[in-house]
Write a protein that binds this ligand. Structure first.
Ligand code: TYM
Length: 334
C-alpha cells in the first residue's frame, strides 16, 4: 500500500486525463508537470478517466490503446507508480455508484451552466448523450471518493471542480458531513495553452486538425513544422499582449514554459528580430523537450503498464469503498 495515502499524514491530490486522443503540450503543462512536482508533498492519485472518454463516440480499439498510452505519458512525464497511485476509472465501480448518488442531488440548472458542455454540444444540445451532460457529476464522484484536498488541473476544468465543491457542500448539509471540500490548483502560466491554428480556442486532443496541437508524440520535425505554420498576428514584434496579439502571446508562453525562461527575457532576446527566427528557435526548443520525453515514453511495455494499472486499482479500491459506504450509510441505504 502506498503509505503516503493510507496513513492519512499527507494531503491528497487527485487528478485525471481522458484517454480520448493524443496528449499534447497543453495537457503536459496544464496538468502532468504539476502532478510530478506534487508527488513529494502530497499523497497522489492519478486516474485514466475512461468513462469520461465514452461521453463522446470512441473507436473501441483505439480507446483501448489510448488508455495504455495515457498511462505511458504519465510515466514518461515522471509520475512514479511507487509513490503515486495510477489506475483506470472503470476498474473501480464506486466511481459510477457515487456518480449516481450525486446525480440525485445535482440540479439540471447546475449542469446547464457548464461551459464545456455548451461548447461540446454546440447546436445539437438536444441530441448529445445524457452522459456528456452528466459528465461533471462523474468528475465530482472521482474527486470526492478519495477525500481529496487538491485537484491540479488546467483552467478549463476549474468550473467542474467548483461544481464538485458545491455538490459536496450540498450533500454534507443534507446528510451530515461526508465529503471533504476539494480545491482546484491551477498554475497561472500554464493554465490555458491555446491552439496553434486558432489562438482564441484552447489546444485540444479532440481538435478537428492535428495542426491545432503539438502532440507529445509528434516527431520533433513534425512539431517544428506545425510551429512554423502556426497562426501569427499582424505586425512583426515579438511582444506579449494577450488581447491584441493572442497568437504570438501563446507562442511566447509555450516557449517560456519549454525553455524554463521568463517571457520578458524572451522579448529582449527577440527584440528587432522577426517571427521567422522566433518560430525556428521555438521549433528547436520543442524538439529538445520532446526527444528525451519520447525516449522514455517508448521504453515502457504494454505489459508493464497493465501491471501498474492493476496494482493501482487494488490500492485505490479500498479507499473508494470506504467513502462509498459512509455515503450510503448517511443516505440511509445501509
Ligand atoms: P482532459 O482530459 O480534457 O485534460 C487533462 C488535463 O489537461 C488540462 N488541459 C489543459 N491545460 C492547459 N491548456 C490546455 N490547452 C489544456 N487542455 C487540457 C485539463 O485542464 C486537465 O487538467 N474532465 C477532465 C478529466 C477528469 C478529471 C477528473 C480531472 C475527470 N475526472 C477528476 C481532475 C479530477 C478532462 O476532461 O481533462
Amino acid at each position: 500500500m502506498n503509505n503516503n495515502i493510507s496513513n492519512g499524514v499527507k494531503k491528497i491530490v487527485f487528478s485525471g486525463v481522458q484517454p480520448s486522443g493524443v496528449l499534447h503540450i497543453g495537457n503536459y503543462f496544464g496538468a502532468l508537470q504539476q502532478w510530478v512536482d506534487m508527488q513529494d508533498k502530497y499523497g497522489c492519485i492519478f486516474c485514466v478517466v475512461d468513462y469520461h472518454a465514452i461521453t463522446v463516440k470512441q473507436d473501441p480499439r483505439q480507446l483501448n490503446k489510448n488508455i495504455i498510452n495515457t498511462v505511458r505519458a504519465y510515466l514518461a512525464s515522471g509520475i512514479n507508480p511507487e509513490r503515486s497511485i495510477i489506475f483506470q476509472q472503470s476498474d473501480i465501480s464506486a466511481h459510477t455508484e457515487l456518480a449516481w448518488i450525486l446525480n440525485c442531488i445535482a440540479r439540471i440548472s447546475d449542469l446547464n451552466k457548464m461551459t464545456q458542455f455548451k461548447e461540446k454540444s454546440g447546436d445539437s444540445r438536444e441530441n448529445v448523450g445524457v452522459g456528456l451532460f452528466a459528465y461533471p457529476v462523474l468528475m465530482a464522484a472521482d474527486i470526492l471518493l478519495y477525500n481529496t484536498d487538491a485537484v491540479p488541473v488546467g483552467e478549463d476544468q476549474k468550473q467542474h471542480v467548483e461544481l464538485s465543491r458545491a455538490l459536496a457542500r450540498r450533500f454534507n448539509a443534507q446528510f451530515g458531513h461526508t465529503f471533504k471540500i476539494p480545491e482546484a490548483i491551477i498554475k497561472k502560466e500554464s493554465a490555458r495553452i491555446m491552439g496553434l491554428d486558432n489562438p482564441a480556442k484552447k489546444m485540444s486532443k479532440s481538435a478537428a486538425s492535428p495542426a491545432n496541437y503539438i502532440a507529445l508524440t509528434d516527431k520533433p520535425e513534425v512539431a517544428a513544422k506545425k510551429i512554423m505554420r502556426a497562426v501569427t498576428d499582424s505586425g512583426k514584434e515579438i511582444k506579449f499582449n494577450i488581447v491584441k496579439r493572442p497568437a504570438i502571446a501563446n507562442l511566447l508562453n509555450i516557449y517560456a514554459l519549454l525553455a524554463g525562461k521568463n517571457i520578458k527575457t524572451l522579448e529582449r532576446e527577440y527584440a528587432g528580430r522577426g517571427y521567422g527566427d522566433f518560430k525556428k528557435d521555438l521549433g528547436k526548443v520543442t524538439g529538445e523537450f520532446l526527444s528525451p520525453w519520447q525516449k522514455k515514453y517508448y521504453s515502457f511495455s504494454d505489459e508493464e503498464i497493465k501491471k501498474i494499472l492493476k496494482a493501482g486499482a487494488e490500492q485505490a479500491r479500498p479507499l473508494a469503498k470506504a467513502t462509498l459506504i459512509k455515503t450510503k450509510k448517511n443516505l440511509g441505504l445501509i
